[in-house]
Design a protein. Structure first.
Length: 364
């Protein structure tokens, strides 16, 4: 699919050169357009090209076509999933929806340290964003789920979140609603019993697959080398030279593997939470999984604080420095950390207005 971004600077020049306009006029246009001052995005072309080629071995742009995603909103599964995502009846008390924690008007999270469960219950871990989650290979901080469709069922029965005793409770509620009887039948035609939690998970995941947020960095990866300024390119350079791209790579710049948090330094000395979370080991019981956590995707990282599985760090600058020490065994200078943060800011994408709409018409 073709990305629906603005036409790049190079594409504009190519169009001008195909017309009978003299090179002199083009040079005058460039000088006027820049205000006769150096372009802060400009760098040596060879260096720009080499950096882009290196980045291309780690990252790819999101294959995103706005018109295609808009048509997906009319898909019966997506429409059903949109309702289910905002429906508080998918919790034991009937007061918590997916959107309660994964607020789609707030980059898919609620910026609290840990998840806020039913009643006075507090979760153990930070809420990850659902934007771009469809690009990930594993889900939950401990990677207990390997598919987007499987994730909703495991989440609602978690005692520190929705606290649903069994999925049958949710199914009974959905089957008692004539609106859902119709929506499930449209989304899953030909099935004798379309209202099931398995189908609910499929519908929610279909909706979440529309929650892609391409950013300026995608423009850069699509070949517009002017999309990043000099400071952001320096940050990208530091990011790659330090080895951050070893784990944070691919479409979502992370989100595809487990990694020990604290390869060189126990993370608890720098980013301690309220509980002693041992990560994947709490699922497997295997000591080799001690402190193993999902590598988060970095898209929208600037907007999804606090950071890490325990929400212990609020500042992105501090999170960058902690990661450098614990995972890379090096200390970033203040300048290097600021440059990496500048690069991470280019990963902030646009949130589709349609996703923010509560289909039940509730106002905050």
């Amino acid at each position: 699919m073709v990305s629906p971004y603005r036409v790049s600077y190079f594409q504009c020049m190519n169009r001008y050169l195909k017309k009978p306009i003299s090179i002199i006029y083009i040079l005058i246009f460039l000088a006027c357009d820049r205000g006769n001052s150096p372009d802060p995005r400009a760098a040596k072309p060879e260096e720009d090209t080499l950096l882009w080629r290196r980045a291309s071995t780690f990252f790819r742009s999101i294959p995103y076509d706005e018109s295609v995603v808009a048509r997906m909103d009319e898909d019966p599964k997506v429409r059903l999933g949109h309702y289910l995502f905002y429906d508080s009846r998918l919790s034991a008390s009937g007061t918590k929806s997916c959107n309660s924690c994964h607020d789609l008007a707030n980059y898919g999270m609620n910026n609290t340290k840990v998840a806020e469960g039913e009643g006075s219950l507090q979760g153990m871990r930070n809420v990850p964003t659902v934007f771009n989650a469809a690009l990930h290979n594993i889900f939950f901080w401990d990677a207990r789920s390997h598919s987007l469709e499987d994730q909703p069922g495991k989440m609602v029965v978690q005692q520190d979140e929705r606290s649903v005793p069994h999925l049958g409770m949710i199914v009974d509620r959905l089957r008692s609603d004539t609106m859902y009887l119709r929506l499930f039948s449209l989304a899953f035609p030909g099935q004798d019993i379309p209202v099931s939690y398995g189908n609910a998970g499929r519908a929610i995941s279909a909706f979440e697959r529309t929650l892609l947020a391409p950013s300026r960095f995608d423009m850069y990866m699509d070949g517009d080398l002017m999309a990043l300024n000099a400071e952001e390119k320096k940050g990208l350079t530091v990011f790659l030279e330090a080895g951050c791209g070893t784990c944070h790579k691919g479409l979502s710049i992370g989100g595809g593997k487990l990694q020990k948090f604290g390869i060189h330094t126990d993370y608890r000395t720098l980013a301690s939470g309220s509980t002693d979370d041992r990560g994947r080991m709490q699922i497997t019981g295997d000591s080799t999984d001690l402190d193993g956590f999902k590598v988060p995707g970095l898209r929208n990282a600037a907007m999804t604080h606090p950071y890490f599985h325990n929400g212990s760090i609020v500042s992105l600058d501090s999170a960058v420095k902690v990661m450098a020490i614990t995972e890379l065994n090096r200390s970033f200078s203040n300048e290097e950390a600021a440059q990496v943060v500048a690069f991470l800011n280019t990963l902030t994408g646009d949130i589709r207005q349609q996703a923010k709409i509560d289909p039940f018409g509730k106002k905050k």
